[in-house]
Design a protein around this ligand. Structure first.
Ligand code: OAD
Length: 238
């Protein structure tokens, strides 16, 4: 089977009712990014940051995967699919995708404030634990913090993601403004000659000389079109 590698961003989950970051009315218009998504913001006011992610986490209970997520999961019948997502929601997994690399962390997980990438401290919360409080402790005794990669922090999964992109037979970008590195740079690791598709209802500035096949649609319609295009081009099963 061909290896289909998909990079997703906030637009992937927009049709599930989760706000994107940089569109009009997006999250970064309503919450100052430096307050809620940087180590400095967390040091200055941990409670504000913990509560911000508590709200995001609780929203997971009210949303569900959209047709786009479902179609990507269904495509595992015909392709060896890996999803590299910048999203911290769990909608790809809930739709049934089995290989998901989370570049920016996961809302359903918490970790240590002192050693956020220590596997011994990373824990998955059950839905009834979704509200983290000040005073809740990680395994090393430090305050429990969201398992989210904030601006200015290392992106530990980027090497795994690069290895995967280097193996791609088909590369697809869905619902990301490609503003945030290193995720946006993954396109540079796609081998020459590998077709690149981009699904987004708006124009996205792609910082690369590569030929990109643009599908100017939302995620659900766009993935359906991608599936049909790949079938027409004879990519299935080879
Ligand atoms: P952005 O908010 O920057 O971009 C969202 C993209 O989704 C835009 O290109 C929109 O046009 C597109 N979009 C909107 N509706 C869509 C739909 N229905 N279907 C498909 N696409 C749609 O979000 P990201 O690029 O994901 O990081 O942002 C990258 C990172 O910046 C996030 O992971 C987050 C943020 O700060 C951290 O918090 C560390």
């Amino acid at each position: 089977m061909k290896k289909l590698v998909v990079l997703t961003g906030a637009g992937m989950s927009a049709e599930s009712g989760i706000s994107t970051f940089r569109d009009a009315g997006g999250l970064w218009e309503r919450y100052p990014v430096e307050q809620v998504a940087t180590p400095e913001g967390y040091a200055a006011n941990p409670e504000l940051v913990i509560n911000f992610y508590n709200e995001r986490r609780k929203q997971l209970l009210d949303v569900k995967p959209n047709r786009g997520h479902e179609l990507l999961a269904e495509m595992e019948k015909d392709y060896d699919v890996t999803i590299i997502t910048q999203n911290v929601d769990n909608l790809h997994e809930r739709a049934g995708s089995s290989n998901v690399i989370h570049l920016h962390g996961e809302l359903t997980k918490v970790t240590s404030s002192r050693h956020p990438n220590d596997p011994k401290c990373i824990r998955t919360l059950r839905p009834e634990e979704y509200e983290v409080k000040m005073g809740d402790k990680a395994a090393d005794g430090s305050q429990l913090r969201p398992f989210i990669v904030w601006f200015g922090e290392a992106v530990p999964m980027i090497e795994t993601a690069i290895d995967c992109v280097e193996q791609a037979d088909i590369f697809v970008i869905i619902g990301t403004s490609l503003n945030v590195y290193p995720a946006a740079g993954l396109l540079n690791y796609v081998p020459q000659g590998v077709p690149v598709y981009l699904i987004d209802p708006k124009e996205v500035a792609v910082n690369s000389m590569r030929k990109v096949h643009v599908i100017r649609k939302g995620a659900s319609e766009g993935v359906a079109e991608l599936k049909a295009l790949l079938e027409e081009s004879g990519s299935v099963g080879k």
